[in-house]
Write a protein that binds this ligand. Sequence first.
Ligand SMILES: [Fe+2]
Length: 205
Amino acid sequence: MTEPIGIIDKYLKPGSKAHGILIAHSTAVMELSLLIADHNPHLKLNRELLKQAAMLHDIGMIKTNAPDLGCFGELPYICHGYLGREILENEGLYEVAPFCERHTGTGITKEEIISRNLPLPVRDMVPVTPEEKVICYADKFFSKSGKHLSKPKKLTKIYQNIGKYGEEKLKQFDNFIGMFGIYYIYGFGTPKHTSKTDLMNEKGK
Ligand SMILES: [Fe+2]
């Protein structure tokens, strides 16, 4: 298959702000996804697919209006998921394409799209496969703004961001924690820290 960087360079100008942010963010997500795979060998995750999906999951941002990210498209940022899917399907990357629209928050349901009147095609956009769940989970640890694009955010910050969208989303994030683990992400081995509060006060941005 075409290397992800070839696809990125085709849609985002190398040397541009958007290109720099996308590469830094996607690389951080890729490294964490592979770490998650290392710590969950029983899940037999497809590492090659994780690498490609991590690098390409946010490519649709270039078609949105997000000047802070160097993106000057017309659609709201929330559309970057399905727009990315369209880009990758046009490139023939059918296996990777769904990752783009299934990683936003902890996933967006068809019902939410209707009830919140979101500017999205009305279909479930939630992670389904284990690899899609890994990318969605890993993505929550990294910001695309600020100086520390490759440093995991503090859990408090992650909970704050997710909590804005309701209790169900926090539960979904906790499900991811249960599925893939958390301590190693912050550099802990076997936890001497056993509570979420301990973790929240630990390192991170
Ligand atoms: Fe992302």
